[in-house]
Design a protein around this ligand. Structure first.
Ligand code: FES
Length: 132
C-alpha cells in the first residue's frame, strides 16, 4: 500500500511534541492529517475538543483518516424498530469496511481488542500540539 502522505513527504520525528496546526486550521467537524510516523496522524476537532489518532486501521490497514466522521447509531428505545444517531462527530469510520472508532479512546465496538492508537493533544494559545 502506498503511504498516504507520499513516500517523499517530509516526516516529523516520532516520540516528541509537535506544533501541528493552529486552532483556526481545524474547525469543528474537520481534521488535519499530519506527517508523523509511517502512516500519519489525524488531528480532529469534535465539537471543540481535539483528538489525535493513527491513520491506520487495524482491520486490514485502511487509511482510517480518509473515512467519514459522524456519530454512532443506536436503537431508539421510544420507537420500536427505529434508530437514532448520538454523539455527532465523535467517531471516524474506516473507508474500506466501515469499522467505527471513537476518536477520544481509539476503541471500536466491532473488535474491542483491536483499538487504534491515540495521542496526547493540547492547545497552547492558538497552537495545537500533539505528542506522537
Ligand atoms: S481496513 Fe478498516 S475496516 Fe477494514
Amino acid at each position: 500500500m502506498d503511504l498516504p502522505l507520499g513516500p517523499e513527504a517530509p516526516r516529523l520525528a516520532p516520540g516528541r511534541e509537535h506544533v501541528v496546526a493552529t486552532v483556526d486550521e481545524i474547525p469543528p467537524g474537520t481534521h488535519k492529517l499530519v506527517p508523523i510516523g509511517r502512516y500519519g496522524v489525524g488531528v480532529y476537532n469534535a465539537g471543540g475538543e481535539f483528538y489525535a489518532i493513527a491513520n491506520y486501521c487495524p482491520h486490514e490497514g485502511g487509511p482510517l483518516c480518509s473515512g467519514r466522521v459522524r456519530g454512532r447509531t443506536i436503537v431508539d428505545e421510544s420507537v420500536p424498530g427505529d434508530a437514532v444517531t448520538v454523539r455527532d462527530d465523535e467517531f471516524v469510520y474506516c473507508p474500506w469496511h466501515q469499522w467505527g472508532f471513537e476518536l477520544a479512546t481509539g476503541t471500536t465496538a466491532v473488535k474491542p481488542e483491536w483499538s487504534i492508537r491515540t495521542y496526547r493533544v493540547r492547545v497552547d494559545g492558538s497552537d495545537i500540539l500533539v505528542t506522537a
